[in-house]
Design a binder for this molecule. Structure first.
Ligand code: ADP
Ligand code: ASP
Ligand code: MG
Length: 438
C-alpha cells in the first residue's frame, strides 16, 4: 500500500504546522510520498511565501532594492528550521538562491524556490529523501506535462527510495529550465506523482474538512460533501469551488486512484472522498451534491422567426465568436431563439464587432445582451433520478423573488446551470443550499 499526500500552504505555514503534518504522516506507514506547497498564511492578513516571491521578482526586474522582501522570506524558513530543530545548512541554500538572482532570472525559477526550500526542510524533519521536481516532472514542447517521461522518471526514483518528499508547483521544460504550473498547482504535482507510481490513494491535506456543499464564504459552516465523483467535482470546480486546482483530476482519474480531501487541523474528520463512481450509492436522498458559481457573465440572445428552418444558423453564429477568440460557456436554445453565454471579460474588447457581424451575416430579428449575470451550477449525480427537480428550483427561487435569467441542464444530467442577476448571486446560493438540505 502506498499513499501520496499533498499538503497545502496553509498546512505548512510555520514550525507548529510542520509538527501537525509529521503526526499525520507518522500515523500511517503507507504515507510514503509527500508533496509540499510553499508556506502559506499563518494568520489572516499574513502574506504567502509564493506571493512574496512574486514581489521579489518584480523588485529585481525593475531594479528596486529587494533585500527587505528577501529577508522576510528567509525569516519564514529560519523560523521553521529553528522550531523543528533541523540541522541542514539553510543559510547556504539561501545564499545559493541569492547568487542566482539577477534581472534575467525567470519568474518561474524565483517562485519555485518557495516549494523547493519547504520540501528540503520537510524531508529532513520526516527523515525522508528529498527529490527535486526538476529531476522528474517534465514539460514537453507544447507546454504540457510529458506524462510518459515524467512517470518513468518518478518510477525509477522510487526503485531506490521508499519514502520521499517532493516540492509541488514546478518541473522543468525541454531546455531543463524551471517551469511552474499556474497558481495552486501543487495539487497537480500530487496527482501526477500518485498516477506515476500507481498509488493506492492520493490524500490532499488542506485547511478545511473536505469540499463543502457551497463556498464557505457565502454560507456559514456549510456541510462537507462526503462523496463526490470526478465528473461532479469537475463541474463544481470549473464553476468556482476552488479547493483543488482544476487540472488535479485528470491524472488520478485516468488511473482510477481515489482522492481524499482532508483537514490538517482535524485529522480524524472524514473529509471528502472523490472517485469515479460509488457502488454503495443510496438513491433518492441528497440529490444535490454541491453548488458553486461565478459572477460576471453576459448572455447574448439571438432571435429569428422560423430559425429552425435555416440550416447551420447556430453554427454560423458560433463561428463569429470562434473567429474573435471568444470561448463560449453555454448555448441554451429554443425554437426561434438561442442564447450564448460568455464571460463578460471575454467580449469586453470586441462587443461592437461581434454584434455587427451577427447582424450582417445572420440577419436576425433581434440581438439582445444582458450583462452582470451569475451562473450557478447545481451538481448531483442523482439529479437524473429526481423528477421535478427543475420545478423545485424554480419554485424556491421564485418564492424568494429571484429572477432566473436562464436555465440549462447538462447532457449527462449531472448538473443544472442557472443564470441570475449578479445582485441576487449570494441570495440564490443560500436558497439553493437550503433546498439541498431539506
Ligand atoms: P491549500 O493551501 O491547502 O492549497 P486552498 O486555499 O488552495 O488550500 O484551498 C482551500 C480553501 O478553499 C478553503 O480554505 C476555502 O476557503 C476555499 N473554498 C472555496 N470553495 C470551497 C468549497 N466548496 N469547499 C471547501 N473549501 C472551499
Ligand atoms: N505555492 C503555489 C501557490 O501559492 C502553489 C500551491 O500552493 O499549490 O500558488
Ligand atoms: Mg490550493
Amino acid at each position: 500500500m502506498i499513499k501520496v499526500l499533498k499538503f497545502g500552504g496553509s498546512s505548512l505555514a510555520s514550525g507548529e504546522s510542520f509538527a501537525k503534518v509529521k503526526r499525520i504522516i507518522e500515523a500511517d506507514q503507507s504515507r510514503r510520498v509527500v508533496v509540499v506547497s510553499a508556506p502559506g498564511k499563518r494568520f489572516s492578513g499574513d502574506t504567502k511565501i509564493t506571493d512574496l516571491l512574486y514581489i521579489l521578482h518584480a523588485h529585481i526586474k525593475y531594479n528596486a532594492p529587494y533585500t527587505e522582501v528577501f529577508e522576510k522570506i528567509k525569516d519564514r524558513y529560519r523560523e521553521i528550521h529553528a522550531s523543528c530543530g533541523l540541522k541542514q545548512d539553510l543559510e547556504t541554500e539561501l545564499i545559493n538562491i541569492e547568487a542566482n538572482l539577477n534581472k534575467k532570472t525567470s519568474v518561474d525559477y524565483i517562485v519555485s524556490r518557495g516549494e523547493y526550500l519547504n520540501a528540503r526542510l520537510m524531508a529532513e524533519y520526516l527523515g525522508y529523501t528529498f527529490v527535486d521536481s526538476a529531476d522528474w516532472l517534465y514539460f514537453g514542447y507544447n507546454g504540457k506535462v510529458d506524462f510518459e517521461k515524467t512517470y518513468a522518471a518518478l518510477q525509477h526514483i522510487m526503485e531506490t527510495h521508499s519514502k520521499i518528499v517532493i516540492p509541488g508547483f514546478y518541473g522543468v521544460n525541454y531546455h531543463n529550465n524551471i517551469k511552474t504550473f499556474s497558481r495552486g498547482g501543487s495539487d497537480i504535482t500530487g496527482a501526477i506523482a500518485a498516477a506515476a507510481i500507481d498509488a493506492d490513494m492520493y490524500e490532499n491535506w488542506t485547511d478545511v474538512s473536505g469540499i463543502m456543499t457551497v463556498d464557505p464564504r457565502i454560507v456559514e459552516n456549510p456541510k462537507p460533501i462526503d462523496k463526490v465523483t470526478f465528473s461532479e467535482l469537475r463541474e463544481l470546480s470549473y464553476m468556482g469551488a476552488e479547493v483543488l486546482h482544476e487540472e488535479t483530476v485528470f491524472p488520478v482519474r485516468s488511473k482510477n486512484i481515489p482522492l481524499y480531501i482532508k483537514n490538517t487541523n482535524d485529522m480524524n474528520a472524514p473529509g471528502t472522498l472523490i472517485m469515479e463512481s460509488f457502488e454503495d450509492d443510496d438513491k433518492g436522498t441528497n440529490f444535490i451534491t454541491g453548488i458553486s458559481g461565478k459572477k460576471n457573465y453576459s448572455i447574448i440572445t439571438v432571435a429569428k422567426n422560423r430559425m429552425n428552418e435555416e440550416l447551420g444558423y447556430i453554427r454560423r453564429t458560433l463561428e463569429i465568436f470562434e473567429n474573435l477568440g471568444v470561448s463560449i460557456e453555454h448555448v441554451p436554445s429554443s425554437i426561434d431563439s438561442f442564447s450564448i453565454v460568455v464571460a463578460s471579460s471575454a467580449i469586453e474588447n470586441c462587443l461592437h464587432e461581434l454584434i455587427s457581424k451577427i447582424n450582417e451575416r445572420l440577419a436576425p430579428d433581434s440581438v439582445q445582451i444582458v450583462n452582470e449575470v451569475s451562473l450557478i451550477a447545481i451538481v448531483g449525480r442523482k439529479l437524473a433520478d429526481n423528477i421535478g427537480i427543475a420545478g423545485k428550483i424554480f419554485t424556491a427561487l421564485g418564492e424568494n423573488d429571484i429572477n432566473i435569467r436562464m436555465i440549462e441542464q447538462g447532457a449527462d444530467e449531472i448538473n443544472i446551470i442557472i443564470g441570475v442577476n449578479d445582485t441576487d448571486y449570494k441570495k440564490a446560493i443560500k436558497v439553493l443550499y437550503d433546498l439541498a438540505n431539506n
